[in-house]
Design a protein around this ligand. Structure first.
Ligand SMILES: Cc1cc2nc3c(=O)[nH]c(=O)nc-3n(C[C@H](O)[C@H](O)[C@H](O)COP(=O)(O)O)c2cc1C
Length: 127
C-alpha cells in the first residue's frame, strides 16, 4: 500500500467513523497495521465488519473487545501514525485482553491499551 492508498483508506474510514461516532487510531509499519477503535457497540461491530470485508488486507487478528467507561481517542475520527517495526511489535505483543463484551465494565485499563495511550500521547507532544 502506498501513501496515496493509505490516504484514500483514511478518507473513507473517517467518513464512515464520523457518521457512526467511532473514534480511534490506525498505526502502520510497512505492510502491517494495528488499529484501535471505540464507540457504540453496534457501530463498532459495523466498522469491524467493514474492516474484515476489505480486500486490502489479510490475516486480521482481534486482540481485545470489551466495554469501556471512557474513550481514549475522543478527538480522532481515525488518527494515523507511522511506527518503526519494533514499536509495532512492542504494541502488538503488549498484554491485550481476550475478554469479550459480555463482561461488565472494569475499572482497570488493560496493559496493552495503557501502552498504546502512552505511545499516542508521546506522538501528540512531538508534533
Ligand atoms: C487497515 C484498515 C483499516 C480500516 N479502518 C476502517 C475504519 O476505521 N472505519 C471504516 O469504516 N472502515 C475501515 N476500513 C475499511 C476500508 O475503509 C475499506 O477499505 C472499505 O470498506 C472499502 O473496501 P475495500 O478495501 O475492499 O475497497 C479499514 C480497512 C483497512 C485495510
Amino acid at each position: 500500500m502506498n501513501s496515496g492508498d493509505l490516504d484514500a483508506l483514511l478518507v473513507d474510514a473517517r467518513n464512515f467513523n464520523r457518521q457512526n461516532a467511532i473514534t480511534g487510531v490506525l498505526l502502520h509499519s510497512g505492510n502491517n497495521f494495528m488499529q484501535c477503535f471505540e464507540g457504540p457497540e453496534d457501530a463498532v461491530q459495523q466498522v469491524y465488519q467493514r474492516i474484515l470485508g476489505s480486500r486490502k488486507h489479510t490475516d486480521v487478528l482481534e486482540f481485545m473487545n470489551l466495554p469501556i467507561q471512557k474513550r481514549t481517542f475522543s478527538d480522532w475520527a481515525m488518527g494515523s501514525a507511522t511506527t518503526t517495526p519494533s514499536e509495532l511489535l512492542a504494541l502488538s505483543t503488549a498484554q491485550w485482553s481476550q475478554l469479550t463484551s459480555e463482561l461488565t465494565f472494569s475499572p482497570f485499563t488493560p496493559p496493552g491499551l495503557a501502552v498504546l495511550q502512552v505511545f499516542w500521547s508521546m506522538r501528540q507532544s512531538s508534533h
